[in-house]
Design a protein around this ligand. Structure first.
Ligand code: B12
Length: 217
């Protein structure tokens, strides 16, 4: 299994769909947990690719291609993940998720969405590049228990605070918990902007969400 996780990582970094999909299929067939494939295989590969990009060893078109292969692998893993949904673990809560305005990174948010669904949450995913106005409107209309905000750029992370302030201005802040995430987001930042929760990865996001709504862990 460790070998196939390594192959999957290398194939994602190389944007090789044939190798990546075959390794994903082998891992699933071997009964490896979908969360392990997602976090230790796929997310880890994108992190490594980001490091190479930073060092000038990878370039934007390669990252675009890897992100496409990531999505195709995800199409195999997500149904397997959802099949692990425990019907007795219903959280009875709605989470509205969005990647904030100006930010087009959605692979991590999509993983959070899938893992929340698997853990018995209803999820309304507003997508990427989502404005505070839109989020406020949806919170007013749908009355979710939680809003989850993703941001991957140092230039878009401050928009998480903008959304919180807009919820306050609209008189909705007390009605909803806000959790924030994305690679550059820190627990200190979450605390500073008055978010109710922060998580570093999707399984942790589920844990925090269950705590926020008082669902059994
Ligand atoms: C893939 C990628 C892209 C893809 C995105 C494809 C897509 N559909 O998402 C493309 C090629 C489009 C892209 C574009 C750009 N990118 Co980019 N990208 C990345 C890369 C390599 C990986 C991101 C990723 O998908 N990781 C995998 C996922 C699974 O991890 P994740 O997103 O962190 O999510 C996990 C956690 O953070 C958490 N989480 C995520 N969201 C949430 C939400 C909540 C509520 C919670 C609780 C938890 C949580 O759970 C997830 C699962 O574990 C990162 C490198 C990195 N280290 O992050 C750069 C990176 C983020 N990009 C970067 C840059 C510069 C750009 C561009 C500006 C490049 C350009 N010149 O055009 C554009 C910006 C476009 C825009 N307006 O958004 C920089 C940002 C630097 C900075 N200082 O801000 C990075 C860090 C690369 C680098 N090392 O320089 N990018």
């Amino acid at each position: 299994m460790a070998h196939d996780l390594e192959i999957l990582q290398q194939a994602l970094i190389a944007a090789d769909p044939g190798e990546a999909l075959a390794a994903t299929e082998r891992l699933l067939a071997a009964g490896v947990a979908p969360t392990t494939i997602l976090e230790e295989g796929m997310a880890a590969a994108m992190f490594e690719l980001g490091e190479r990009w930073k060092r000038g060893e990878a370039f934007l078109p390669e990252v675009v291609a890897s992100a496409e292969v990531f999505k195709r692998c995800n199409e195999l893993v997500e149904p397997a993940l959802l099949a692990t949904r425990d019907p007795d673990a219903e959280a009875n809560a709605l989470v509205v998720l969005a990647t904030v305005k100006g930010d087009l990174h959605d692979l991590g948010k999509n993983m959070v969405a899938a893992m929340l669904r698997t853990s018995g949450f209803d999820v309304l995913d507003l997508g990427k590049d989502v404005s505070a106005d839109r989020i406020v409107e949806v919170v007013r209309e749908q009355a979710p228990q939680i809003v989850g905000l993703s941001a991957l750029l140092t230039t878009t992370v401050p928009y998480q605070e903008t959304v919180i302030r807009r919820l306050e201005d609209a008189g909705l802040r007390d009605a909803v918990k806000v959790m924030v995430g994305g690679a550059p987001v820190t627990p200190e930042w979450a605390e500073r902007i008055g978010a109710d929760g922060y998580a570093n990865n999707a399984p942790e996001a589920v844990e925090i969400a269950r705590k926020l709504v008082g669902a059994p862990q």
